[in-house]
Design a protein around this ligand. Structure first.
Ligand code: GLV
Ligand code: MN
Ligand code: MN
Length: 413
């Protein structure tokens, strides 16, 4: 078949997504497949099996990143890479991450069955722990691979039960032997659901983000004084949860105080001892700040940190702040972004040039090689929730765009 006429098999892509959605399926139609859980292992095993079926060479690196490789006509050339992640948020959706892996797999199956030989090798990747929900931070393994984060620091990160990321990698059998170290890469494409409302609102099928916002994560620990809630008078209390409540609202109003161009969220909190009749004395919560403007996000944090210190001092709840993780905003490669837009148009899909508010491994890949993403609409703009959904025809459309972007890029010298 003339390669320009090639199209992915939408039914097969759907079947693969549905098969994956069974792994960690939740009663409300979502997926709970936390990084390095038993469910993550099962999804990985299935992915590896499918890669072997199309004769891809599988390599697992010391961060558990899974790479499938298909040789190029000139195998000494730098490969074109594509992929995403198979882990999910707690009670997350059936498309976040996995669409980028199954979409990439479907393009590889299509290339394989059409016996297409690309000039450059092709590599498909599942990055370990993109979500950062069980072990912070997010995108940690593409970060290590890209040389932006330390492997041993990543190994030492713990989940809420004190389990170490490195130990969990070993437990599920995915601490591979290959070094988690970047190699020369010609280009990276990541296919993903938008996770926001823009494409649906505009009635567009394909989004091509010009890049990803910066992501800054903080962890805040408050020490209060526990006591019996009945006999203890209201005055003189050192209630760590009340201090946190003020801090959470300060975070929520921060973007307005900074005159926009950013978002700020407290998404996770642990309250101790967490009993209705004990004044809370130990609170941990997280802060997530994102903006296209890294300095703006840093200035916002300085303002918020001052608020936190003032609240902690006034309430007599000593505060400890960890500046956990920062990834700068990632402006993608203009030529590759334009290729996504042009390819989508050639295939007859409507397009929109936009920005990604969600974080992706493409952020770190952008530090390694020319990078671009392909977005398809999220129904109702909902994501990181069980009702997350995308039309099957849109899943297929995005995979077709990926297929043709990959073939063009893999045939350039
Ligand atoms: C990644 O899932 C993010 O937090 O945007
Ligand atoms: Mn994702
Ligand atoms: Mn996600």
């Amino acid at each position: 078949m003339e390669t320009g006429k090639m199209r992915v098999n939408g039914a097969r892509l759907r079947a693969s997504l549905e098969e994956m959605a069974k792994i960690g399926a939740t009663p409300a139609g979502g997926v709970h497949r936390l990084a390095l859980s038993d469910e993550d292992k099962r999804a990985r095993d299935l992915f590896v099996k499918w890669l072997k079926e199309i004769d891809f060479t599988v390599t697992v690196d010391e961060m558990g990143n899974i790479f499938g490789r298909r040789p190029g006509r000139d195998d000494t050339l730098a490969p074109v890479m594509c992929g995403s992640h198979v882990d999910s948020q707690p009670k997350g959706g059936r498309f976040d991450g996995i669409l980028g892996v199954m979409g990439a797999l479907e393009t590889m199956r299509t290339i394989h069955e059409n016996k297409v030989q690309t000039e450059r090798p092709l590599v498909i990747v599942d990055w370990t722990n993109e979500e950062g929900s069980r072990f912070a931070p997010a995108m940690v393994s593409s970060g290590v691979w890209a040389g932006a984060l330390e492997r041993d620091w990543a190994y030492s990160r713990t989940d809420i039960n004190g389990r170490k990321q490195g130990d969990e990698l070993e437990r599920i059998g995915y601490k591979g032997a290959a070094p988690a170290k970047k190699w020369t890469t010609h280009a990276y494409y990541e296919y993903h659901i938008e996770q926001g409302p823009t494409l649906e609102r505009l009635g567009k099928t394909i989004g091509a983000p010009k890049g990803i916002l910066c992501l800054h994560w903080y962890d805040v620990y408050l020490q209060g004084e526990a006591n019996q809630v009945g006999p203890t008078p209201m005055e003189g209390r050192h209630d760590a949860l009340c201090a946190a409540a003020e801090m959470i609202l300060a975070t929520n109003t921060l973007p307005e105080r900074m005159k926009g161009n950013m978002v700020a969220t407290v998404g996770e909190i642990q309250n101790g001892p967490n009993s209705r009749n004990i004044i809370p004395d130990k609170v941990h919560f997280t802060v997530d700040i994102r903006s296209w403007d890294d300095d703006h996000a840093l200035r916002a944090w300085e303002l918020l940190k001052k608020d936190f210190q003032e609240i902690a001092a006034r309430r007599g709840t000593p505060i400890r702040i960890e500046e956990t993780w920062r990834v700068p905003h990632a402006p993608f490669n203009d030529r590759l972004v334009q290729r996504v837009l042009d390819t989508a148009k050639e295939l007859g899909y409507s397009t929109h040039h936009m920005v990604s508010g969600a974080g992706h491994d493409a952020s770190y890949m952008n530090q390694v090689c020319p990078t671009a993403m392909i977005f398809v609409p999220s129904i109702g703009g909902r994501s990181h929730v069980e009702v997350e959904n995308t039309k099957w025809e849109d899943c297929e459309a995005g995979a077709n765009v990926l297929l043709h972007c990959i073939m063009k890029t893999a045939n350039e010298r």
